[in-house]
Design a protein around this ligand. Structure first.
Ligand code: GDP
Length: 369
């Protein structure tokens, strides 16, 4: 209709219904723009991009984003997929395999600083490769880094500098994996790469990427973070994330359990020991997270009674489903994964059941330690 207003940054039709889709503007601002004919209006995303150098997340099935990914296949590109080692399966973008085309693709596992000190990097990489392959992704190389602690960045930078010479370099990742922190770390860490940069971050005309020009005529391209519903981080508030997300290397805490005992990881995880001998189970979770042990027969009741106090987060506002469980019977020592929260190392030949809201982030791998 005639009332259709477009964002002067990205050209999307302005709308006030879905903040995660293109052209979003809060109702009040949209009304003002409609009344004020001929004014220049940016959508919220372009506005933030212009004013704060901040790129907003988009939803997984956002058309503009898919189009951007699609365009990679036709280019000569190096695709750098940043993932969160603490929520690895959920931060893999499986649709990516369709968009890589014949391009080089590498996987960068971030937040390695959180892993317990004695974890073996080769074991972590083996696990990542298996998971990637299961999702149809075939990374040429896997890196383990800490963007925040600037750990192992040199190896990654050398690789990018060498392989990215005649290509554009695309950074992709879901939200909260630390992609922005990593790009900033890369740009600040190495002066020779820094010299390649002729301008600081500047918004391109399309909203979907930030292009950082390199003086070899190519670009380092920061694509918007994608919101994945499978990530806890896209459901919890910032305050809650502070409690849940580990900040320091995880310290093991071992619980001696008998079958018939249950452990709660606040309201975000539940672990029932179903069958096996008396055994030690080692928890790796954030220090501030509330952990509670109880009898399995009392667990449902305990949960109902305390889900609004002791077992926060999540709160009712977080739009997370009910706890759903999955049974595991590992025949080797394994880590039961609670994506975004941590893991519990279990001995071989036991039966356990693990729960998370809607079973998101549940998984198992061979024990790293
Ligand atoms: P983006 O959404 O992928 O751009 O993620 P950000 O760069 O904004 O980082 C998301 C969160 O992860 C922030 O709380 C960061 O402090 C944290 N973070 C980023 N890199 C690391 C890291 O290497 N180690 C740890 N422990 N936290 C990190």
């Amino acid at each position: 209709n005639d009332e259709e207003l477009r964002c002067i940054g990205c050209g999307s039709v302005l709308q006030d219904t879905d903040p995660k889709e293109a052209g979003y503007l809060p109702s009040s601002a949209l009304k003002k723009a409609l009344n004020d004919e001929g004014s220049d209006v940016y959508c919220q995303r372009c506005f933030r991009l212009r004013h704060y150098n901040e790129i907003m997340p988009v939803s997984e099935n956002n058309d503009d984003f898919l189009a951007l990914l699609n365009s990679i296949a036709d280019k000569k590109a190096l695709v750098v997929n940043v993932v969160d080692l603490f929520d690895f399966s959920n931060s893999l973008i499986s649709s990516l395999k369709r968009f890589i085309g014949g391009n080089e693709y590498i996987l960068v596992g971030n937040k390695v600083d959180l892993f317990p000190k004695n974890s073996k990097e080769t074991k972590i990489k083996d696990w990542m490769r298996q998971e990637a392959n299961r999702n149809g992704l075939k990374p040429e190389k896997i890196f383990l880094v800490s963007a925040a602690k600037k750990k192992n960045l040199d190896e990654l930078i050398n690789f990018i500098a060498k392989k990215g010479k005649k290509k554009d370099i695309y950074f992709v990742g879901t939200t909260n994996v630390g992609k922005s922190t990593l790009i900033n770390a890369i740009l600040s860490e190495r002066s020779d790469l820094k010299d390649l940069i002729t301008t600081s971050k500047f918004p391109g005309t399309t909203l979907d990427e930030i292009k950082i020009p390199l003086d070899n005529g190519h670009y380092l391209i920061d694509t918007p973070g994608i919101l994945s519903k499978k990530q806890l981080a896209s459901h919890l508030t910032g305050k809650e994330l502070e409690v849940v997300e580990p900040k320091k290397p995880l310290k093991p805490a071992t619980y001696q359990l008998l079958p018939g005992q249950t452990i709660f990881l606040a309201g975000l995880g539940r672990f029932d020991y179903i069958d096996g001998p008396s055994a030690g189970f080692t928890l790796y979770v954030a220090r501030d997270l509330y952990v509670h042990r109880t009898k399995t027969e009392n667990a449902d009741q305990f949960y109902e009674k305390h889900k609004k106090d002791l077992l926060l987060p999540p709160s009712e506002k977080d739009d997370l489903g009910l706890l759903k469980g999955q049974t595991f019977s590992p025949d080797v020592k394994s880590d039961i994964l609670f994506g975004g929260v941590g893991f519990i190392t279990t001995p071989a030949n036991v039966v356990v059941k693990a729960y998370t809201p809607d079973a998101i982030g549940l998984g198992i791998r061979r024990a790293l330690i």
